[in-house]
Design a protein. Structure first.
Length: 276
């Protein structure tokens, strides 16, 4: 069995799905749900659902540590959760309006992630959420990437958020993730990062997702999106990356892994929530 270590956020997702135009200063009928999420967590759960051994390293409020550890155990994810005695577990409100999503984010304890418990022994891939990169900073991220490389572990990065990358600094973000093998930007994140460097020169596989326009591994292959009724696109990118990496780890060629990842992500958007 392949093994992947994930460094990323754990967030309490509050998902609001509205099927009508938003009206200010009055009630808006909506479907509202709450469950553990976060980009790193969502990716970890999707990947575990594909039969990969997954260890998730994240930071949560101390009061939530046991509950969330047990939750991830039910999803077949080994959770190494750093307890934060001062900050609460992160929270995010996701407002879903058709194909559009607006995020209201309080990262909470995620800001203090150290990743000291990350164990790269007998590991195939280290997967870094962009949020974790920004929490750890350039030096700590580079230490982990260099450590991974020294023991033959591949490194994959999900940039995570255009707005957070802009705040952190795109050149600084690229410096932090230098030496990675895979990068999974969406079209907006790619547009921002590519202003500062040719990503194909930096990373062996640059996999760009573009929603209903499909996905592309730059310079290698393209795959159109599958037409489905979209209920909630939260976590679609995490599902896509999980399937792509799982297929590549199983030995599939890029074009086949890309097609399968698109199909997997298409199924992910047909239900609410960011996890299977």
């Amino acid at each position: 069995m392949k093994r992947v270590v994930v460094l990323g956020d754990v967030i309490e997702d509050i998902i609001v799905i509205s099927d009508s135009a938003r009206q200010l200063n009055t009630d808006n009928p909506s479907e509202i749900s709450s469950k553990p999420g976060g980009s790193g967590a969502n990716f970890a759960v999707w990947l575990a659902s594909l039969g990969v051994e997954v260890e998730l390293v994240a930071r949560v409020g101390a009061a939530d540590r046991a509950r969330l550890t047990n939750y991830f155990e039910t999803k077949f994810v080994i959770a190494k959760l750093e307890p934060d005695e001062k900050l609460h577990t992160g929270k995010i409100v996701v407002l879903v309006e058709g194909n559009n999503r607006t995020f209201f984010t309080d990262r909470g304890a995620n800001e203090g992630l150290t990743a000291k418990s990350a164990d790269l022994s007998k590991t195939d891939v280290l997967y870094l959420s962009g949020y974790a990169v920004m929490s750890m900073g350039i030096q700590r991220t580079q230490e982990l990437i260099e450590k991974a490389g020294s023991v033959g572990v591949l490194v994959a990065v999900d940039p995570g958020s255009r707005s957070f990358i802009s705040q952190f600094g795109a050149p600084e973000f690229l410096e932090a993730i230098s030496g990675s093998d895979f990068i999974f930007p969406n079209a907006d994140e790619y547009e921002l990062l590519s202003r500062h460097a040719n990503l194909q020169e930096l990373f062996p596989e640059v996999i760009v997702t573009s929603g209903d326009e499909g996905a592309e591994v730059l310079g290698i292959a393209k795959s159109p999106a599958f037409e489905v009724e979209v209920i909630d696109s939260t976590g679609a990118g995490d599902a896509f990356a999980a399937k792509y990496l799982a297929q590549r780890l199983s030995g599939l060629e890029v074009v086949d892994a890309l097609r399968d990842a698109n199909a997997f992500a298409a199924q992910a958007v047909t239900k609410p929530g960011g996890q299977p």
